[in-house]
Design a protein around this ligand. Structure first.
Ligand code: CO
Length: 214
């Protein structure tokens, strides 16, 4: 009868297509993913990219998969080579694919298979301005984000940059999915909370964003 006395009401109603899975990854799975992240960035080192406006991306980036997202003065794009090494991006680790498979199993996109994983590393103090992910070919495919390391304020906005945003605190092991009506929402990282990582060995925050780019 407890259910009647304390009906389950979602703490916050999220927009359609924006799914948050707090604590989706248990600590042992986070440790496995972190080890794979470290392997990827040993092969394709993290680097800030030049933006078309001439600045630098706030986060340091690497990728794995068939293609990786990169930026320079000529614009934003997916490309097959790591610009730092000139070699193909590292293969997507099986552990990454397995996490994505599990995360989308009960969503409207159960068949989603990423061909690119952009790894963003936020040092304490780094943030990322509001933006849309729009360099992928098929916007019917979601974007799946895995958080590792420090807590952060993730901002979710609307279809226009000026639309109001809401901050949700994301923690290590959380998974976020933006699909359907939320696929093109503006989003960003407002703040990293240094020293809050529940996962040992991370100073700052990694986000793994899985995309179907091609
Ligand atoms: Co994004």
């Amino acid at each position: 009868m407890q259910g009647d006395l304390f009906p389950k009401i979602p703490a916050t109603a999220l927009p359609d297509g924006f799914l948050v899975k707090p604590g989706f990854l248990p600590p042992n799975r986070q440790i496995t993913l972190l080890a794979e992240v470290l392997r990827v960035i040993a092969e394709a080192p993290l680097a800030q990219a030049r933006t078309p406006m001439g600045g630098l991306t706030a986060a340091a980036m690497s990728n794995c998969g068939t293609v990786g997202w990169w930026s320079d003065r000529k614009g934003y794009r997916y490309q097959a080579q790591c610009p730092g090494t000139g070699r193909p991006w590292p293969k997507m680790p099986e552990a990454f694919l397995a996490v994505v498979r599990d995360a989308v199993a009960d969503t409207p996109w159960p068949a989603f298979v990423p061909d690119a994983c952009l790894i963003n590393y936020y040092a304490p103090g780094a943030k990322m301005g509001l933006h849309q992910d729009k360099d992928e070919r098929d916007f019917s495919q979601p974007i799946v984000t895995v958080c590792l390391g420090d807590d952060a304020d993730f901002l979710i906005g609307g279809a226009a940059r000026r639309d109001p945003t809401r901050a949700i605190v994301v923690r290590s092991g959380d998974v976020l999915i933006m699909g359907g009506d939320s696929r093109m929402r503006f989003h960003g990282i407002r703040k990293i909370y240094p020293g809050t990582s529940a996962l040992a060995g991370v100073d700052g925050r990694f986000s793994l964003t899985f995309r179907k780019a091609l």
